[in-house]
Design a protein around this ligand. Sequence first.
Ligand code: GAR
Length: 208
Amino acid sequence: MRNRRIGVLISGRGSNLQAIIDRIADGRLDATIAIVISNRADAAGLARAARAGIETLHVDHKGYGSREAFDRALVAELRQRDVALVCLAGFMRLLSAEFVDAFPNRILNIHPSLLPAFPGLDGQAQAWEHGVKVSGATVHIVTPELDAGPIVCQAVVPVDGGDTAAALAARILVEEHRIYPEAIGIMLDGGWRIEGRRFIAGRGVDDA
Ligand code: GAR
């Protein structure tokens, strides 16, 4: 894909955003972050982006009458920056079908569980409370259904008997930071396809 411009949407801490910034800086991810948008003014991720010299924008969801109106404003900002890929990185808003349709198969999300297990809020605590012996992280393509789109990358994290939910979340986060930049590279490299709900990477063994 010639256009390697991405837009990142956040709501908070922005540690996944930081991992993307770092992988670009160290040359392991060939991409340009065209804009970081937060729906919350106090998101720490906005300061991380500003420190890296990246354009930031606060679009307050409370300033719009409907989810669709808010989403339309986001789509307009992303289109203005000509992004090839939209990356949700701890963006805690559901996207309307209209937003998803504006970037078909061009929106990624990172989720802190091995989907399809434990979608929705607090995937790490859900897994810990369920008593699973492995959990992990998933990067998937966003479809209108929550946390249900084709899976691009996953990483497995074993659960220790002595784990707390917080300790498990911290170990999952390390894997999130590794696989999110990797998935972005795979998407931007192109040549991938989707069969049914299976994502097949462009340079996988299947193509050898
Ligand atoms: C991450 O753990 C991410 O997987 C999760 O929010 C956290 C954001 O952290 N996302 C979801 O739960 C989405 N359903 P960050 O702001 O430090 O990247």
